[in-house]
Design a protein around this ligand. Structure first.
Ligand code: EPU
Length: 417
């Protein structure tokens, strides 16, 4: 299993370009199931989750051709299987995004239930309840969601909890339903808006993406389209935190500045000065980094996917900060590893009390999930001495060429196989 060996304390300087957003690329790939025409996707990040989604699609009968720019042309003119099997879904929960499109265009879907994960229980009950509301017959058997519908019927559904992939699944399903669907209490993430943009380009009628209520008028069919996936705000934010920890400075180019406001606001509140120039954001070690409380929340709140990285930053801030996680119940798996590197953190229910600044020292640490790995990489960059990060495959799921990008900035990072 690959590991990363990082020698900490090297100042980072220079520029990195942000990749396409993983969490926008995955629903965009699933949306190709809604038409028999070719969908041209650009700016897909070169990460393992995208390759996994392409495998899921291939299993269903999609023909995908890689583009030299990292994108892909996908065409699903014939479905060969209706099943997203356990082996794939267990490695990537987002496989559940094929449920809505398969059911809407092909009338049938069999998708493995993802089960729990390092972030908590993470059920998909709302996806199922909402699809039933559109007339799907759904049973849960042998660990699978089995769904059938002759043609979905538009209707109104209000999500009890905001769910990103739930909103996306339902938006896709409703594009081919008969009549109008109104979805209430929708997720407002930039990735939801990006999917609506793609669906619109495919001929769907969607209004309100980015607000709480989305209205979709069903169409008989959708057609091919060309779409460029938005930049990854979490990847960009991760490099900004690297800049704030040990940068002189670090510049991240190709950002969606608007989508990054909640992250930028929080970093600035802690004392990090962030310069914005066009689509580039720049951060260096601030004159004074101060402990600042954080509460994660659905967009436009501060993203849970940037919570672990922020916690690493807070270990270097003067004073106490309370980091509260409101989206996932168990998203503190990184704390134990940060403690091994010398951090002072106490878990209290859904919050962590971080006391800083503490001197971090290199250690052997283990990644438990994607964003936890990123926070450990950040800690290793700021620490004295050498760290070895095990289970790098978590990082490879969502960060394109992270060690190369870090090396460009002057970090001492190598992959050990
Ligand atoms: N929830 C339910 N029932 C449902 C669906 C969700 O109770 O049917 C709960 C979840 O358990 C959680 C909350 O609702 O407590 C929000 O979860 P959500 O459904 O929004 O998460 P997701 O759609 O499964 C996406 C991202 C995650 C990101 C979350 C929150 C993708 C592919 N994944 O997951 O990204 O953390 O939204 O913003 O878009 C990551 O990239 O590292 C990652 C985990």
């Amino acid at each position: 299993m690959d590991k990363l060996r990082i020698t900490g304390g090297k100042t980072l300087r220079g520029r990195v370009a942000v990749a396409g957003a993983k969490n926008a690329a995955l629903p965009a790939l699933a949306a190709t199931l809604l038409t028999g025409d070719r969908v041209e996707l650009h700016n897909l990040p070169r990460v393992r989750d995208v390759r996994t989604m392409l495998r899921v699609l291939a299993q269903l009968g999609a023909q995908a051709e890689a583009r030299p720019d990292g994108g892909a042309d996908v065409r699903v003119d014939r479905i060969e299987s209706f099943e997203a099997p356990y082996d794939l879904v267990k490695t990537m929960r987002a496989s559940v995004l094929v449920l809505g499109p398969l059911l809407a265009r092909h009338g049938r879907a069999r998708v493995s239930l993802p089960g729990g994960c390092a972030l908590g229980e993470r059920p998909i009950d709302l996806h199922i309840e909402a699809l039933r509301k559109l007339g799907a017959e759904i049973t849960l058997q042998h660990g699978y969601v089995e769904a059938k519908a002759r043609r979905l019927r538009g209707g109104r559904y209000d999500f009890r909890t905001k769910t990103v992939t739930g909103t996306e699944n339902l938006m896709m399903a409703a594009t081919l339903a008969e009549g109008t669907t109104i979805l209430g209490n929708c997720a407002r993430e930039p990735e939801v808006i990006d999917l609506a943009r793609l669906l619109g380009a495919m001929g769907a009628s969607i209004h309100g993406a980015g607000s709480d209520e989305i209205t979709i008028e069903g169409r008989e069919r959708l057609h091919g389209a060309r779409h460029r996936v938005i930049p990854d705000r979490i990847e960009a934010g991760t490099y900004l935190v690297a800049g704030a920890l040990i940068g002189d400075p670090v510049e991240v180019t190709g950002c969606d500045v608007e989508a990054m406001r909640p992250i930028v606001r929080q970093l600035e509140a802690a004392g990090v000065a962030i310069a914005v120039e066009g689509d580039a954001l720049r951060a260096g070690v601030p004159a004074k980094l101060t402990g600042q409380d954080l509460r994660t929340a659905p967009h436009p709140g501060y993203p849970t996917d940037m919570q672990a990285q922020y916690m690493t930053l807070m270990t270097q801030a003067a004073g106490t900060s309370v980091v509260t996680e409101t989206v996932f119940e168990h998203r503190f798996m990184h704390v134990g590893e940060l403690l091994r590197m010398g951090a002072d953190i106490r878990i209290q229910g859904r919050s962590c009390v971080v006391v800083g600044p503490s001197r971090l020292t290199g250690a052997q640490v283990m990644a438990t999930d994607l964003r936890a790995s990123a926070c450990l990489v950040l800690a290793a960059l700021a620490a004295d001495g050498v760290s070895v990060l095990d289970r790098v495959y978590h990082l490879d799921r969502g960060y394109e060429a992270m060690e190369e990008k870090l090396r460009t900035l002057g970090a001492e990072v190598e992959r050990i196989r």
